[in-house]
Each structure stands twice: as structure tokens, then as C-alpha cells.
Design a protein around this ligand. Structure first.
Ligand code: NOJ
Ligand code: CA
Length: 557
């Protein structure tokens, strides 16, 4: 496969890249069926180029029964016919490379779809068969095996074991339509090596690895209870289900595939592990090479929390030799413009509670959207000045808010659907559909320019004012801010270092080599502007001061 490219070969392009996450079903719909598609992405390459991103990461676009938004993959080496064809994938990658934009695709190795031919074969082949060895089947407990092998709960709530017709049970860490693979199987390992080569051969530059910490398991006999699992040390490397040390043997094999290409293919791990130290193992050059750090995403808009997150993660990247990653929003979390409008919360659990509370019908005036957006813009400028890679989520460049009031019948997220009537199963309040609503491109028209005939999730009327068309030529818009910031970031980007400057308690100030200084006022009261030429600010700077919830970039003198 040849792709015309303006990209200079580089083995380090990812270290400080700006990566834009596309959720393909919700980005742009070229054939008017309400579902975003690859031709839609290709048609928006000029937009992505103008935005100034270095790479896009595509969430799954593979054939899928959509039990989990495509994270239930039925065929790892194909395109969902509703999203496009392999030929259209090639056209898309050629267009992106031609615009100087690299391409990262999502690999989902912990589980397949229950529609995957291997799982169908396992069901048909019956107990004790080689086909069942590719997944995790066990007999049940109880006199007739009528009880699940263990009382484990899935990430999306409810039991983690599902019974099949002949009475055996299989493990699904997520939805029942997502059976977990058995990574002790050589066939499973070889098949993923084949998948990595397949996409690399098509010109893909890198991979995002879904729940990279969960693949390898060691299930003792008898199985521990859920309570026992929870009491085990998740940072030991020997937990039966999570973050086992041997998972890196899998990635060492993957590394040989990545390194057989020129330039080497890259990977970033989604690894929810117990400590930054454990995360650094995934970021090692012998493993996946980079790992997501969600610590900013789970922090409050708070100077001390932000500083601790940055300091800890830069220290970890010094250990791993990788660069840091920074994330404020993605397809699994409440958009940060809404999150920062919630009352102060600390840590993931409380963020979830806040989300549930707000989305479950708290009075609308309980979310301060103006403040949320001001803080979101300030946090984004803070993030974009940090050493390392910035991962942005489609729509955040428009300042989109979470769509909190989707009707129940429109919701698609299994985390929500499995929790209806079972609040104790709830994974994240009303689930993740509110950040996956198709993008508004125009002020008017069917689905605000997303496509010509509706959108698979309903868009609210307020999308008009946050559409690309509405923001395009507005110097004060969030889109203009992102474009300007990404342009300057390319120009100012320098060695992966920063030095903290003295600042009052509610202010963070740091300087990158070359005099690129970033000052964020996390408080309410204005503070004096730093000396130097103002390059960009996340909001107005009245009276020569830096107001609360505002970031400024200056060229320090
Ligand atoms: C993490 C993905 O980001 C999420 O969207 C998905 O539901 C789970 N992994 C399961 O694949
Ligand atoms: Ca479509």
C-alpha cells in the first residue's frame, strides 16, 4: 500500500504530538444515514489541517453489533459496512497523510464481539473444545452448574459471567456481548500480531490499545470472590485479572512488529492501573512506548492538584523514557466544559457522583456553564503548553458541553442500559452518550451539517451556536483559540522540560526552554499579568490583569 505523504519520516513524531480523537460514528456523515463514516472524515481533512493537529486517533470503525459503541469487534481486519470500506479507509489515510496528519487506530484486544466468528465457533463446538480455549469458559457452581463460576461484577455492572446453552459460563469483563479472550492461547496472540501488521501495512502510524492492562489473566482454582479480588494488591503485578507483569511479554512481541516498520509504529496504552509507577511500565520502550495519564481528567480545576499531576507524571516519564500524555476529555467522560461547571469535587469517584447528580436532573442552574467553559479554555491552554503529547477529543475545540438531557430511549451506552432499574450497577450515571452526540458543523440544516439526514443521537438546539460555522470567523470563539494555540504550539514546542516559576497559591506559572511562559489563574480574583509579550490568552485580559479561570502564554523577558 503506498500513500502519498508530506510527512517526513520520524521515529519520534509522537513525543510531543497533538492527537485529535475521532469517534467515527459521530464525526461526519457523508451518505445521509445518520452515522458518521470514513468518507465523512476524508471530507473534513481540510478542517483538521486548519485546526493544526499532528495526528488523529480513530475509535473503532470495525464491523460490530454496536453493543458497546464499536468496542465489541466482530472482525479486526475490516471496516463496518455502515462506516465504509477498506478502499475508503485507504483514501482517508492518503488524504490525511497528504495533509501532514498521522493516523492512529484503536486495537481492542481484551475481548471480541460475541458475533466474532471465533466466539460463534466456540459456542457451536461445545465444552472442552479447542475453540473454547480462545475465550475463558468455566463450569458453573451449584449442583447443576446453575451458579456462575464466581460472583464477579463486570465493569458495566451486573454479573461478569454469562451462561451458554450447554450450561458452561464465559467471562466478560464488560458487556455480555464482549467475551474476554484467553491470552494464554497462542492462536489469539498470533491473530493480534496479524492485525497489527494488517493495519501497519495499510499505512497506519500507531495504535491506541484498549484496556491494555487487562489481557493476561491467571485464574486460580477455586476462583476468588469479588470481595477477595478487591482486597488483593492491584499494584503487585500478580493480581489474577489486572496489570499482571506477564502482559508485557505480549507487548514485547508487539514491539517487534512495531519496530519492523520504518518509521516504527507507535502505541499508547489505555491502562487504568494502581499507581503512576505501574503505568510507566506500559510506557517503556520495550512495551507499548506510551501510556495515557488520566490524572488531569480526574482532577478538579485546582492549582495544587494540577501541579501535583504534572510533577508526578513528568517524573514518571523520566523513568519510562517516554513522553507524558495529557487528556481532559474523551469518549468515556463528561466533557470538560461541563465538568468544570460542577461544584468542586475531588477525584474520580466524586466526579462520577457529580456527574450522576447533575445528569440525573439537578436544577439546570446548578451547572455554571459560563464558568465551565472559561475554565475549560484555561485548562486547555495549560495542557497544550506542557511537555509531551496532547490528546484532544472531537468537539472540545468548539467548547461543546455534555448533552445531559438525552431521552432515555435514545441512549445507546451499555453502561447506561445495564443500569436502568439497577442504580447499584451504574457505571457512570447516565452513561457516556452525552459526549458522543454527532458534531455540529453548521448553524442550521439537518443535523447541523453532520449529514443530510439526521443523526444517530439527537442534537440539542444549542448546538447551533457552538457549530463550526458559528465559530469559524469569530476571533473570540473556542475554535479560534484552539487553532491559534495549536499553531503557536508547533512554533514554540521545544525540549521536554519545564521550570516552575514562583506564583501565589491559586496560580501556576511555568516556563519552557526558549522563554515560553504559561500562567494560569485557578482562583476567582484577578492577579497581575506576567511580564513579557502576550502570545495568547484563553479569555479577555481587562485592565492589564489576569482574571480568574484564565491562562495566558507570554514570551518571557
Ligand atoms: C475502554 C474504552 O475507552 C471504552 O469506550 C470501552 O467501553 C471499554 N474500554 C471496553 O472496550
Ligand atoms: Ca453514514
Amino acid at each position: 500500500m503506498t500513500t502519498e505523504s508530506v510527512l517526513a519520516p520520524s521515529s519520534t513524531w509522537w513525543r510531543q504530538a497533538t492527537v485529535y480523537q475521532i469517534y467515527p460514528r459521530s464525526f461526519a456523515d457523508a451518505n445521509a444515514d445518520g452515522i458518521g463514516d470514513l468518507r465523512g472524515i476524508t471530507s473534513r481533512v481540510p478542517y483538521l489541517r486548519h485546526l493544526g493537529v499532528d495526528a488523529v486517533w480513530l475509535s473503532p470503525f470495525y464491523p460490530s453489533a454496536l453493543a458497546d459503541g464499536g468496542y465489541d469487534v466482530a472482525d479486526y481486519r475490516n471496516v463496518d459496512p455502515r462506516i465504509g470500506t477498506l478502499a475508503e479507509f485507504d483514501e482517508m489515510i492518503t488524504a490525511l497523510h497528504g495533509a501532514g496528519i498521522r493516523v492512529i487506530v484503536d486495537i481492542v484486544p481484551n475481548h471480541s464481539s460475541d458475533q466474532h466468528p471465533w466466539f460463534q465457533e466456540a459456542l457451536a463446538a461445545g465444552r472442552g473444545s479447542a475453540a473454547r480455549e480462545r475465550y475463558i469458559f468455566r463450569d458453573g457452581r451449584g449442583e447443576h452448574g446453575e451458579l456462575p463460576p464466581a460472583d464477579w461484577t463486570s465493569v458495566f455492572g451486573g454479573p461478569a459471567w454469562e451462561r451458554v446453552e450447554d450450561g458452561q459460563w464465559y467471562l466478560h469483563s464488560f458487556a455480555p456481548e464482549q467475551p474476554d479472550f484467553n491470552w494464554d492461547s497462542r492462536e489469539v496472540r498470533d491473530d493480534f500480531l496479524r492485525t497489527l501488521r494488517f493495519w501497519s501495512d495499510r499505512g497506519v502510524d500507531g495504535f491506541r490499545i484498549d484496556v491494555a492492562h487487562m489481557l493476561v489473566k491467571d485464574l486460580p482454582d477455586p476462583l476468588p470472590t469479588q470481595a477477595e479480588l478487591e482486597a488483593m494488591d492491584a499494584a503487585s503485578g500478580t493480581h489474577p485479572l489486572y496489570d499482571r507483569d506477564e502482559v508485557h511479554d505480549v507487548y514485547a512481541e508487539w514491539r517487534t512488529v512495531f519496530d519492523s516498520y520504518d518509521p516504527p509504529r507507535t502505541a499508547v496504552a489505555e491502562a487504568w492501573v494502581a499507581t503512576p509507577e505501574r503505568r510507566a511500565r506500559y510506557a517503556a520502550p520495550t512495551s507499548l512506548g506510551q501510556a495515557f495519564n488520566f490524572d488531569l481528567l480526574t482532577a478538579d480545576f485546582d492549582a495544587a492538584q494540577f501541579r501535583a499531576v504534572v510533577t508526578d507524571n513528568l517524573a514518571q516519564s523520566a523513568v519510562s523514557g517516554s513522553s507524558s500524555t495529557w487528556v481532559l476529555s474523551n469518549h468515556d467522560s463528561v466533557r470538560h466544559a461541563t465538568r468544570y461547571g460542577l461544584p468542586p469535587l475531588h477525584g474520580r469517584t466524586e466526579v462520577k457522583q457529580g456527574t450522576e447528580w447533575i445528569l440525573a436532573g439537578a436544577p439546570a442552574d446548578a451547572v455554571d456553564l459560563d464558568l465551565g467553559l472559561r475554565r475549560a479554555r484555561a485548562a486547555t491552554l495549560f495542557l497544550l503548553a506542557l511537555p509531551g503529547s496532547a490528546y484532544l477529543y472531537q468537539g472540545e475545540e468548539l467548547g461543546l458541553f455534555e448533552v445531559g438531557d438525552l431521552p432515555a430511549e435514545a441512549r445507546q451506552d451499555p453502561a447506561y442500559l445495564r443500569s436502568v432499574g439497577q442504580p447499584e450497577w451504574s457505571f457512570d450515571g447516565l452513561g457516556r452518550d452525552g459526549c458522543r452526540v454527532p458534531l455540529p458543523w453548521t448553524r442550521t440544516g439537518s443535523s447541523f451539517g453532520f449529514g443530510d439526514d439526521g443523526a444517530h443521537l439527537p442534537q440539542p438546539a444549542w448546538f447551533a451556536d457552538l457549530s463550526v460555522e458559528a465559530e469559524e470567523d469569530d476571533p473570540a470563539s473556542t475554535l479560534t483559540l484552539y487553532r491559534e494555540a495549536l499553531r503557536l504550539r508547533r512554533e514554540l514546542q521545544t525540549a521536554e522540560e519545564l521550570a516552575w516559576d514562583d506564583a501565589p497559591a491559586s496560580v501556576l506559572s511555568f516556563t519552557r526552554p526558549g522563554g515560553w511562559r504559561t500562567v494560569t489563574n485557578f482562583g476567582d480574583a484577578p492577579v497581575p499579568l506576567p511580564a513579557g509579550e502576550v502570545l495568547l490568552a484563553s479569555g479577555p485580559l481587562p485592565d492589564g490583569e489576569l482574571p480568574g479561570a484564565t491562562t495566558v502564554w507570554v514570551r518571557a523577558r
